[in-house]
Design a protein around this ligand. Structure first.
Ligand code: AHR
Length: 497
């Protein structure tokens, strides 16, 4: 007999929105994300604008990517932006020592990235170099991007073919400064942040520069505490947080992306659910120094990190993507939605060909991963009013351990439609969900589901997609309540009107 959950979707605070920027993405100069991903050779026979791959752009426009983070990651703290402007033939080459010692020819630089954002209709989110760059270099980059005056950097930008200032707003001050970004202590970084941020200006006519402190590694609460204590709240717009889901939890043997048993699936989900605790504990520290919640939590790197696909360059972090990844994505996005009072930006790592990608490519072929479909389903939550969901989840039990089988979040869009995203992590049992909708007068329910026969299912370049969206028929109206039969290992998004 299927277990039953009683759920209630509540009215919530009409002013609290799920920021669209929670649905952000990340593109680093790493492996085949930029080169041979977004940015391809002139001879590759795919639709292109300049060298930007337009089939990728088209797929990403469809899921309404709100922002794209660039150029790293660890790469950001090795990147000198002046190498990536001006005539391409004259740009210097260097070696990307962070990711595989490959030649970086700088053909994709500032202008190319901003052209990509324009094509995607998304906001750029840049990360400045604190680890190996100077205050002057970062300050000049912002002037180059956003100044409309007769300043030297604005003139240089015009000379390079872009008369109007770009409108860059989201600005990371370094990346993982506790690690690849300079191995700093939080005390040292907080002082550095203040120096760099002082000279990172908002230019007349430009949007406010939203300066983001390079934040903690998962549950390193001391990092958050020191940064929040030492940096005045009015000197930051946000503070970041990175947390990756490793199937084994072990960095030296993370586990395969496609070949895993139920125990490893269970462990992956257990590790994924830790995001809730990590966000809660970091947010509690932020509350101490910023009780009015002015500062955004920016989870600008998250996702599943497995061993690379056998036979690929291990420094390129190329991994396949199964139904398990989709369940991690659905769960994590529900966690962020439910913490939208604090989490205002998040970026999946990474958009194309790296880690938990949305899109994989092989020469001219391209596929949409199961994770892509979750972002497609969840786009309805972008900038919608947050509706709290209350329920007690049944357990998913394996080998004497248990986790919550069901997770959910809900929102109401500007036209009054309510969307509920439901995830059932139990790979063996369907669950009945009975939902009371407080104060919603509704007539119809429609929905879509993402599931597949096996948790290890994935899409390949040569076959028709195995893991894809389908209409969902398991939701019924009972009085004013909603009765759902939520299949095992599935992500379902419902629209109630
Ligand atoms: O996303 C891959 C890497 O993970 C990033 O470059 C770094 O910030 C993190 O450690």
């Amino acid at each position: 007999l299927a277990q039953t959950v009683s759920m209630s979707v509540q009215a919530g605070d009409p002013k609290l929105q799920i920021s669209k920027d929670i649905y952000g993405h990340f593109a680093e100069h790493l492996g085949r994300c930029i080169y041979d991903g977004f940015w391809v050779s002139e001879s590759l026979s795919v639709p292109k604008k300049d060298r930007i791959r337009m089939d990728i752009v088209e797929a990403l426009v469809k899921i309404k990517v709100p922002n794209l983070r660039w150029p790293g990651g660890c790469f950001a703290d090795t990147y000198h932006w002046r190498d990536g402007i001006g005539p391409r033939a004259q740009r210097p080459q260097f070696i990307n020592t962070t990711w595989g010692d490959v030649v970086e020819d700088n053909s994709f630089g500032t202008h190319e990235f901003l052209e990509l954002c324009d094509l995607l209709h998304c906001d750029p989110y840049l990360a400045g170099n604190v680890g190996s760059g100077t205050v002057e270099e970062m300050s000049n980059w912002i002037e180059y991007l956003n100044s409309d005056s007769e300043s030297p950097m604005a003139r240089l930008r015009r000379q390079n073919g872009h008369p109007a200032p770009y409108k860059v707003s989201l600005w990371g001050v370094g990346n993982e400064s506790w690690g690849c970004g300079g191995n700093m202590t939080p005390e040292f970084y907080a002082d550095q942040y203040k120096r760099y941020a002082t000279f990172a200006k908002t230019y007349p006519g430009a949007p406010k520069l939203k300066k983001i402190v390079s934040g903690a590694n998962g549950d390193d609460l001391n990092w958050t505490e020191v940064c929040m204590k030492k940096i005045p709240v009015d000197q930051m717009w946000g503070i970041s947080l990175h947390y990756y889901t490793l199937p084994t939890g072990n960095w030296s043997k993370k586990g395969s992306a496609t070949s895993f048993d139920e125990q490893q699936y269970f462990n992956t989900m257990k590790n994924c659910l830790k995001m809730d605790d990590i966000v809660t504990r970091n947010a509690a520290i932020m509350d101490k120094y910023d009780p009015q919640k002015k500062v955004a939590m920016v989870v600008d790197e998250w996702g599943v990190w497995t061993d690379p696909e056998p036979g690929t360059n291990p420094a390129f972090l190329y991994q396949q993507n199964t139904l398990r990844d989709a369940l991690v994505a659905g769960t994590t996005l529900n966690i962020f939605n439910n913490h939208c009072d604090r989490v205002r930006v998040a970026n999946l790592a990474q958009a194309v060909n790296v880690l938990q990608a949305l899109i994989l490519t092989d020469k001219e072929k391209m596929l949409l991963t199961p994770t892509y479909h979750v972002f497609d389903l969840y786009q309805v939550h972008q900038d919608a009013q947050y509706l709290p969901v209350k329920f007690q989840s049944p357990d998913y039990v394996l080998g004497g351990q248990k986790i919550a089988a069901v997770n959910a979040s809900a929102s109401k869009d500007s036209k009054g439609a309510v969307h509920i995203s439901l995830v059932n992590l139990d790979p063996n049992k369907s669950i009945k969900v009975e939902t009371a909708l407080a104060g919603v007068n509704w007539k119809t329910v429609t929905g879509q589901i993402l599931t597949s026969a096996k948790i290890t299912d994935y899409n390949t370049f040569d076959k028709q997609p195995t893991v894809k969206l389908a209409p969902f028929k398991g939701a019924k109206k009972r009085g004013n309540d909603l009765a759902v039969e939520l299949p095992a290992k599935s992500v379902v998004v419902l629209e109630i009107k």
